[in-house]
Write a new protein. Structure first.
Length: 120
C-alpha cells in the first residue's frame, strides 16, 4: 500500500534564504515555483514552503549519509555551524560518535528546524 516517503514540507518565513541554506547543507536543488523550493533527499524530496509562522518544536529529521566527515567539512566550508544537541546545541569541531555507535552531527536551519546527518 505505502510506497515510501514522497516529500517532507518545511515551513519557512524566508524560503529563498532557506533554500540557500539547504544548498549549503549539501541538498541537491530540484526545482522552484512561486517561492517554493524542492530538494532531493534519497528517493523523496524536501519542500521549502513560505509561511508567516513556523513551529519547528522538538522535531529532528535524521538523514542517512555515506560519509559524515566529508559532509561535515563541506558544511563548515560553506559557513554553517555544526552542533551537538546532547551538548546543549553547542558548536562542534568534528562529528560525534554516539554511545549506540552512530557517527553524526546536526545543523539547525534558519527557521529552527533541526537536522541530524548520520553515517550509514
Amino acid at each position: 500500500m505505502h510506497k515510501g516517503l514522497h516529500h517532507v514540507v518545511i515551513f519557512s518565513k524566508d524560503p529563498d534564504a532557506s533554500a540557500e541554506w539547504y544548498r549549503k547543507a549539501g541538498f541537491e536543488y530540484i526545482r522552484g515555483y512561486d517561492r517554493m523550493h524542492w530538494f532531493q533527499l534519497g528517493d523523496g524530496e524536501i519542500m521549502i514552503h513560505p509561511s508567516d509562522e513556523v513551529s519547528p518544536g522538538k522535531t529532528a529529521i535524521h538523514v542517512a549519509v555515506e560519509n559524515v566527515d566529508v559532509l561535515f567539512h563541506r558544511v563548515m566550508h560553506e559557513g554553517l555551524d555544526p552542533v551537538d544537541h546532547q551538548e546543549g546545541g553547542n558548536k562542534i569541531a568534528k562529528p560525534v560518535v554516539r554511545e549506540w555507535g552512530d557517527k553524526e552531527f546536526e545543523l539547525v536551519d534558519p527557521d529552527g528546524h533541526k537536522w541530524a546527518f548520520t553515517e550509514i
